[in-house]
Ligand binder design. Structure first.
Ligand SMILES: *[C@@H]1O[C@H](CO)[C@@H](O)[C@H](O)[C@H]1NC(C)=O
Ligand SMILES: *[C@@H]1O[C@H](CO)[C@@H](O)[C@H](O)[C@H]1NC(C)=O
Ligand SMILES: *[C@@H]1O[C@H](CO)[C@@H](O)[C@H](O)[C@H]1NC(C)=O
Ligand SMILES: [Ca+2]
Ligand SMILES: [Ca+2]
Length: 622
C-alpha cells in the first residue's frame, strides 16, 4: 500500500502535508511505533531535547535534511505505540513550539539474506538450536544474518540424512586405538578426547529430544572410529580407519592430519593411499566413499597444499569461516580447498562458537577449529546423498563446486575471482560456503558425470636453478588419444624442488585460460634447506571446468627477508577430468550472457556520468 512510500526525501514539505492525511488511514493496517518525526518552529530548535523530555520522550535528534525536523525517541522500547505515548503525542502536538508531528509507521525491512527461525517454520525443542548460527544464521552472537549452511531449505524439502551413515574418524565405533569393538572415548581429566564426540554431534545430534542442539543431518547415523588416541599414528591404523566398512559407511569425516606447525610436509603413506584409492573406486558399491577433510589449523603459517591428505583429489577439503564471514585465524589456505563451512576462533563472544554435544552427556557452545568445519560438510553431503543415493564421489565434488556460494564471505588478502568458465572462487574459501538447499535440489536432478580420464600433459626434468624461474608446458591435453581431457576436474603439478629456505618458496601456476593458482605460499616457520619437495603433488581445484589445452605457466620464486636460491628438478603436469560435460557449456553460456549484461550496466553508468558532467557544466555557467 501507499504507506510504504513514506520515506524521508528532499521533498519533506510535501510529504508532511500528505502524511497528515495518510496518518489517519494508517491506523487501519499499519503499526505505529513510538518514534515521531517532529517539526519545530524557527528559533526553538535549541530547545528540542528539553521539549522531548518534557513530553515523556527520551531525547530528540536533529535530522540532517529538511527544515527544523527532529526525531523524538521514546523512553521505553515497546515495539508499538502504547496508550501513554499516544497521550504524550497529543500533548506534544499542542505545544506552541511544535509546527507538525508525524507518526512513524513500522514496516518490515530485513537485512539481505535475513530469515527468521519462526518464518522458516522449523520448530525444534532442543535448547541449543537457536544458538546454532551455522545452521540458521539470524545474526546470533553478532554474526551476519544469512551466512549459514542453508540447511533449513534442505530440511524443508524433507532431507534430514535418513539412511546415510557417516564415520567420524577421531578419538572416540570400531576402535583402532585399542583394537576392540568398543570405541568409547577414553575419558581423561583434561577432556582431551572430546573431539570426536563434538564432531559427531554436529553431524547427527538428534532433533527435538530436548538435548543440546541439532545435527546438520539429524536423522543420519554416526559410526565413531576411534583412531587418534595413541601416542603414534601408523599407516595401518590410518588405512584401516579409512577402509572400515566401506559398503556401510557412506561418508568419512576427518579432522586431523600432519602437524600444523608450518614446517611439516607430509601426507598419506602407502597403505593409506591404497585404502583411499580403493575407497573411491570400490566403496559404496563402486560409487565411491566420500572423504571429507579439514584443511588444517596452521593459520597463515601453514599451507594446506603441504598436507597430502587435505590436498588429495580423493578428499573434499573444507576450510572455515566465522560467523561474520571472515576467515578464522587458524585457517589454512591453499588451492586444493574445495569449499567452506563454519567455525569460530576470533571472537570473544562465547556463543560465536559451534554448539554441539560433549562428553559426560553435556553440551558445549565452544567447539572450534577447522575440526568443527569438516563434520558440518559431512552433514551437508549426507543430505545430498539422501536426495540422490546414486551420487559418486566425483558428483559430490561437482555439486560442491556448482552450488557453494560466496555469500558474505570476505578475504582481505586474496580476491574472489572467476575462472575460465566463470566459476567464482577464492584461495582461502575455495568455491565458497556449502549451500545444503542448493545442493539437495541439484542432487535430485543430477546425472552422474561422465567417465574420468587422466592425461600427463608434459614433464620438465632438467635441473634449473636461480632466484626465480618461469617454466611453461604447452599441451593438447592428450587430444586424439583415448585419455583426452577436455573439461578439467583436478589438476596436479608434481614438483621436485629444493631451496636454501623451503619456507620462503612460492609456486604459482597459471592455466591456459588465465586462472592463477597459488600452489605454495610462504611458510615463515619452515627453514628446511635440505629436503625441499620430492615429487610432491601440489593440487588445484580452481581451474574446474576449464579447457586445459594451451600453455601452462609455472612461476617459482622466493619471498622473505633474505634472498634465497633454489633448484627445480621436475615439474610434471597431470590433468584429470572428462571428455564431455554438458553442464559446463551451460555455465559458460550463462556467464557470457551475464558478462554481456554487466557491460550494458557499465555503459549505462558511463552515460549517467556523462549526463551529470554536462549538467554540472551548465549549472556552473549560470
Ligand atoms: C556440564 O556443563 C556445565 C556447564 O558448563 C558444568 O557446570 C557441568 O559441570 C558439566 N557437567 C559435567 C558432568 O561435566
Ligand atoms: C638442490 O638440488 C640441486 C640439484 O640436485 C643441488 O645441486 C643443490 O645442492 C641442492 N640445494 C640444496 C640447498 O640442497
Ligand atoms: C604468486 O602470486 C602471488 C599472488 O598473485 C604474487 O603476489 C606473487 O608475487 C607470485 N609469486 C611468484 C613467484 O610468481
Ligand atoms: Ca538434540
Ligand atoms: Ca596443515
Amino acid at each position: 500500500m501507499m504507506l510504504g512510500s513514506l520515506r524521508y526525501g528532499t521533498t519533506v514539505g510535501l510529504i508532511l502535508i500528505n502524511a497528515m492525511v495518510l496518518a489517519t488511514l494508517a491506523t487501519e493496517e499499519g503499526i505505529f511505533t513510538n518514534h515521531l518525526l517532529v517539526q519545530l518552529h524557527e528559533g526553538v530548535h535549541d530547545e528540542a531535547h528539553q521539549l522531548a523530555t518534557e513530553h515523556g520522550y527520551h531525547s530528540a535528534r536533529k535530522l540532517p535534511f529538511g527544515e527544523g525536523l527532529f526525531h523524538f525517541y521514546p523512553l521505553d522500547t515497546a515495539p508499538r505505540r502504547t496508550k501513554r505515548s499516544l497521550h504524550n503525542r497529543q500533548r506534544l502536538e499542542k505545544d506552541r513550539r511544535v509546527k507538525n508531528v508525524l507518526d512513524q509507521e513500522g514496516f518490515g525491512r530485513q537485512k539481505r539474506g535475513y530469515r527468521s527461525i519462526n518464518e522458516i517454520d522449523i520448530k525444534m525443542t532442543d535448547p541449543l538450536f537457536s544458538k546454532q548460527w551455522y545452521l540458521i544464521n539470524t545474526g546470533q552472537a553478532d554474526g551476519t544474518p544469512g551466512l549459514d549452511l542453508n540447511v533449513a531449505e534442505a530440511w524443508d524439502l524433507g532431507y534430514t540424512g535418513t539412511g546415510i551413515t557417516i564415520a567420524i574418524m577421531d578419538d572416540g565405533s570400531y576402535d583402532f586405538s585399542s583394537n576392540d569393538p568398543y570405541p568409547y572415548p577414553r575419558y581423561t581429566d583434561d577432556w582431551f578426547n572430546s573431539h570426536g564426540t563434538r564432531c559427531a554431534g554436529e553431524v547427527s545430534a538428534a532433533a527435538n529430544n530436548n538435548i543440546c542442539g541439532v545435527g546438520v543431518a539429524y536423522n543420519s547415523k554416526v559410526a565413531g572410529i576411534r583412531m587418534l588416541d595413541q601416542p603414534f599414528m601408523t599407516d595401518i591404523i590410518e588405512a584401516s580407519s579409512i577402509s572400515h566398512m566401506p559398503q556401510i559407511i557412506d561418508i568419512y569425516s576427518a579432522s586431523w592430519g600432519p602437524t600444523d606447525d608450518g614446517k611439516t610436509v607430509d601426507g598419506p603413506r602407502e597403505l593409506t593411499l591404497q585404502a583411499m584409492a580403493d575407497g573411491v573406486n570400490k566403496g559404496r558399491g563402486g560409487k565411491g566413499s566420500i572423504y571429507v577433510w579439514a584443511s588444517g589449523d596452521g593459520g597463515s603459517y601453514d599451507d594446506c597444499n603441504c598436507d597430502g591428505y587435505a590436498s588429495s583429489m580423493w578428499t573434499i577439503s573444507i576450510n572455515s569461516a566465522i560467523n561474520d564471514g571472515r576467515t578464522a585465524l587458524y585457517d589454512e589456505s591453499c588451492s586444493s580447498t574445495l569449499a567452506s563451512t563454519f567455525s569460530n576462533g576470533r571472537k570473544r563472544n562465547p556463543e560465536a562458537g559451534v554448539a554441539t554435544t560433549d562428553l559426560y552427556g553435556n553440551c558445549t557452545l565452544r567447539h572450534s577449529g577447522t575440526s568443527a568445519a569438516a563434520p558440518e560438510a559431512a552433514g551437508v553431503f549426507a543430505l545430498a546423498l539422501e536426495a540422490n543415493p546414486d551420487l559418486t564421489w566425483r558428483d559430490m565434488q561437482h555439486l560442491s563446486v556448482l552450488t557453494s556460494k560466496r555469500n558474505q564471505l570476505h578475504d582481505d588478502l586474496h580476491q574472489w575471482r572467476r575462472n575460465g568458465v566463470g566459476l567464482e572462487f577464492n584461495h582461502l574459501f575455495g568455491y565458497g560456503v556449502l549451500d545444503a538447499g542448493g545442493m539437495v535440489k541439484m542432487a535430485k536432478e543430477w546425472k552422474t558425470v561422465p567417465e574420468r580420464f587422466h592425461c600427463v600433459a608434459g614433464s620438465l626434468q632438467e635441473i634449473q636453478s636461480g632466484e626465480r624461474l618461469i617454466l611453461t608446458i604447452s599441451t593438447d591435453s592428450c587430444q586424439g588419444k583415448d585419455n583426452f581431457v577436455r573439461y578439467l576436474e583436478h589438476v596436479q603439478a608434481v614438483v621436485t624442488v629444493n631451496g636454501s629456505r623451503r619456507g620462503d618458496l612460492i609456486i604459482n601456476m597459471t592455466s591456459p585460460m588465465g586462472t592463477k593458482s597459488i600452489l605454495l605460499s610462504r611458510r615463515p616457520r619452515d627453514d628446511d634447506a635440505k629436503v625441499g619437495f620430492d615429487k610432491w603433488p601440489f593440487m588445484t581445484t580452481h581451474t574446474w571446468g576449464e579447457d586445459p589445452r594451451g600453455t601452462w605457466i609455472l612461476e617459482v620464486g622466493f619471498q622473505g627477508d633474505k634472498p634465497q636460491r633454489g633448484a627445480l628438478k621436475e615439474w610434471t603436469l597431470m590433468l584429470h577430468g572428462t571428455q564431455s560435460a554438458p553442464y559446463i557449456d551451460q555455465i559458460v553460456r550463462d556467464y557470457q550472457s551475464k558478462l554481456a549484461m554487466s557491460k550494458k550496466e557499465e555503459l549505462e553508468e558511463e552515460l549517467d556520468e556523462a549526463v551529470e558532467r554536462s549538467l554540472k557544466s551548465l549549472l556552473s555557467k549560470n
